[in-house]
Write a protein that binds this ligand. Structure first.
Ligand SMILES: *[C@@H]1O[C@H](CO)[C@@H](O)[C@H](O)[C@H]1NC(C)=O
Ligand SMILES: *[C@@H]1O[C@H](CO)[C@@H](O)[C@H](O)[C@H]1NC(C)=O
Length: 260
């Protein structure tokens, strides 16, 4: 009897251990996100977005009771500041199952190979890897990013059709607040339209009633201009200086989602 139980228990114990390990592994399932942002623009902002996202994922994953059994992960892709590049990357993800993943597994603070300025595309792109959805538990389920508003707007419709929700911390164009056009878009950043009103209300309280606006001459400023004009009327703030409003191409679109 003693011999029999000895023979049984010897192989059973390692099997139990293996079964336990397998159960533990199977219990943790990875959930992947697309992460497209301007990681290598010439100012350090881009890389801080990548670092910030990883910190955020770490915090969520550390809380065992938040998403028990799941671990959030992200395939970072460097969309730079180009709506075309963001669009091509995302379409490549969806239709060609190709992901140019940004320097996976490397400490982003080591990527500035030439030591000049911030991490550039030339610094980091040699570390990029091409992945497929097979590397990511079948593929990402949502997009944290889009980068600047132009890129987010360019991919939003196809993302909606593909059931990919988008959450952005950078895309601040007021137009993206239009839920009829961007039903799958959410953001953690304040839309630009909110800024002018809040700022003017503050300056009114401080006793100012005249202001002049200094702008950069890019189309990105267009939705700001629209909200500055509206908010200056709403707050009785007189705009002084040269009126450039007629020189802007209003395009109509950025104003439609104005909510401020
Ligand atoms: C991605 O999948 C390919 C094919 O299975 C494999 O060769 C490669 O090592 C994987 N890469 C990573 C980072 O998982
Ligand atoms: C605003 O400008 C007007 C003249 O354009 C001036 O009369 C008024 O004193 C100014 N207000 C303040 C608070 O500076």
């Amino acid at each position: 009897m003693a011999v029999f139980s000895m023979m049984v228990s010897l192989p059973v114990l390692p099997m139990l251990v293996i079964a336990l390990v397998l159960t533990t592994c199977a219990a943790i399932e990875d959930i992947w996100f697309f992460g497209i942002e301007p990681y290598t623009i010439v100012v350090p902002v881009g890389l801080s977005v990548q670092i910030g996202k990883e910190l955020m994922l770490d915090e969520i994953n550390k809380k065992a009771d938040l998403l028990p059994g799941y671990r959030l992960r992200m395939a970072h892709q460097d969309g730079q500041c180009s709506a075309d590049r963001v669009s091509n990357m995302f379409l490549g993800n969806l239709f060609k199952d190709t992901y140019e993943v940004f320097a996976p597994g490397l400490d982003p603070l080591t990527l500035n190979r030439d030591g000049v300025g911030a991490v550039s595309y030339d610094d980091s792109s040699i570390f990029n890897e091409v992945w497929t959805s097979a590397n990511m538990s079948g593929g990402p389920v949502g997009l944290i990013g889009g980068g600047r508003s132009g890129g987010t707007m360019a991919i939003n419709n196809v993302a909606n059709m593909a059931n990919v929700p988008i959450v952005s911390a950078l895309s601040s164009n007021p137009g993206l607040s239009d839920r009829s056009k961007y039903p799958n878009f959410w953001r953690t950043v304040m839309p630009d339209a909110q800024f002018a009103g809040a700022w003017m209300a503050t300056t009114k309280v401080l006793g100012f009633s005249n202001m002049t606006v200094v702008i950069g001459e890019t189309s990105v400023w267009t939705p700001h201009a629209a909200s500055v004009l509206r908010q200056s009327e709403a707050h009785g703030m007189a705009l002084k200086g040269v009126d450039l409003s007629e020189e802007f191409e209003w395009q109509g679109e950025p104003l439609e989602g104005f909510a401020g």
